[in-house]
Ligand binder design. Structure first.
Ligand SMILES: Cc1cc2nc3c(=O)[nH]c(=O)nc-3n(C[C@H](O)[C@H](O)[C@H](O)COP(=O)(O)O)c2cc1C
Length: 408
């Protein structure tokens, strides 16, 4: 039986997303992330290319773990400067018909009541094409910027997220009946008060008593994405997610992530296949295999290992600034993104990564695999990833850098 593979493109409303240093390439136009035209051209191109969606990453805070300050992050533009991902969606929706938008929003820094309205507004404006990537953050710098001394513990963040979701479902699904908006000129009733039910919530982390401000949107609850892959993260995904975003450098690591995710979903009483798992990957395509390899060699000339390790330090909460490149990467459990370090250590104990190898791997294409070759080679390789990881069924393609074709 033929398998349908979903394709999302992967970008971020920032100058440099994951491929550190490539902004220096002569044809790169990283700075154009500030332009509506860039996003509209990208959206049009993706729709023409039959993509299912555009997935937008986002992070609150600055990558200041490397060297214990923000200098390397600023020097290399490691996901800073960055702009709000939600605001670029309406102009993209305006020039497309089918493309979906998965947007990362951290529930740690947005009160549920106002965030629910933001998502409903986008669902209205996109006519039901919006998804939310539920994240809880991983940078202490964000917690400090928000007035705390450090971020809340890893597992507690997931407990808070559970309660947050409870409120979101009440606001999106339980507040307004489908026919609450009458807009009846004869009776003079716009909204029938008997069909709107205030939400009351008195929990451990949140208390709320109010009426959701938006009328029911096409989807009410947007498509729910999730990306955390620790055991707490997988349980959360099993309960709520329709799509999960996974990033693993090898098929072996991805296969184990996918299996655990399917099992966690079944434990929550849902079919393991009810979630689409998007494996992140980066493609470098040339007329021939040799031409694609030449392109990669050229990109590597611009790659910034300092930028890559600044990114990795922020993800993992481990300062790599004083590490020898030949040192093996060690596993540490902390309150950051646990899977960031797991995937280069305990997820495959037979493969020992040095710090330098991790920097080289991440600097072109981030933490997922890099697939290089002619169109035919790349298509075959993509198919192999889908088949050999047994059940990964969707692909998230990292946009390597901004080129004239997406900006002009
Ligand atoms: C592949 C992947 C992509 C992620 N993307 C984001 C992101 O764009 N923004 C963010 O704040 N967190 C992101 N996260 C962090 C997770 O949502 C989660 O908060 C974090 O990984 C901690 O959970 P974990 O230890 O269960 O993985 C990502 C995590 C993974 C594994």
């Amino acid at each position: 039986m033929k398998k349908k593979i979903l394709f999302n493109a992967f970008d971020m409303n920032t100058a440099v997303h994951q491929s550190q240093g490539l902004w220096r390439h002569p044809n790169d136009r990283s700075g154009e992330y500030k332009s509506i035209k860039y996003w509209q051209n990208l959206a049009r191109k993706l729709e023409e290319g039959m993509f299912d969606g555009l997935f937008l990453a986002d992070v609150t805070g600055i990558y200041d773990v490397y060297g214990s300050n923000a200098d390397a992050a600023l020097r290399n533009a490691v996901q800073v400067p960055s702009n709000d991902p939600f605001l670029i969606v309406p102009p993209m929706a305006d020039v497309t018909k089918h493309l979906g938008f998965g947007i990362t929003g951290s529930l740690t820094y947005e009160p549920p009541y106002t965030f629910a309205r933001k998502m409903s507004t986008l669902d209205h404006l996109t006519n039901g094409r919006v998804g939310w990537n539920i994240v809880t953050g991983y940078l202490n710098s964000a917690a400090k910027a928000a007035g705390a001394t450090s971020q809340t513990g890893h597992d507690t963040r997931y407990e808070i997220a559970e309660e947050y979701m409870e409120i979101m479902y009440k606001l999106w699904e339980g507040c307004w009946e489908d026919d609450a908006v009458e807009r009846n000129r004869e009776t003079g009733i716009y909204v029938n008060p008997s069909k709107v039910h205030p939400v009351e919530h008195d929990g451990t982390y949140f208390r709320l008593n109010g009426i959701h401000l938006s009328e029911p949107s096409p989807q009410r609850t947007p498509v729910l994405y999730q990306a955390g892959a620790s055991s707490k993260g997988q349980t959360f995904a099993g309960r709520h997610a329709e799509c999960v975003f996974a990033s693993s450098p090898t098929k072996k690591v991805l296969t184990s992530t996918v299996k655990k995710l399917r099992a966690a979903t079944q434990e929550q009483g849902r079919s393991g296949d009810s979630i689409a798992i998007f494996g992140m990957m980066t493609l470098i395509v040339g007329g021939t295999d040799a031409q694609a390899q030449e392109k990669l060699a050229e990109y590597r000339k611009y790659a910034s290992h300092e930028g890559a390790l600044t990114l990795m330090s922020g993800w993992s909460g481990i300062d790599f600034s004083s590490c020898d490149p030949n040192e093996p990467v060690k596993h540490i459990k902390n309150d950051s993104m646990q899977t960031a370090i797991d995937r280069f250590t305990i997820s495959d104990p037979n493969r020992v990564w040095t710090v330098g190898e991790v920097a080289e791997h991440i600097a072109v294409g981030g933490s997922g695999p890099l697939i290089v070759g002619s169109a035919e080679t790349v298509a075959n390789e993509l198919q192999q990833w889908v088949e050999e990881t047994a059940s990964m069924d969707s692909i998230l393609l990292m946009l390597l850098r901004r080129t004239p074709s997406t900006t002009s």
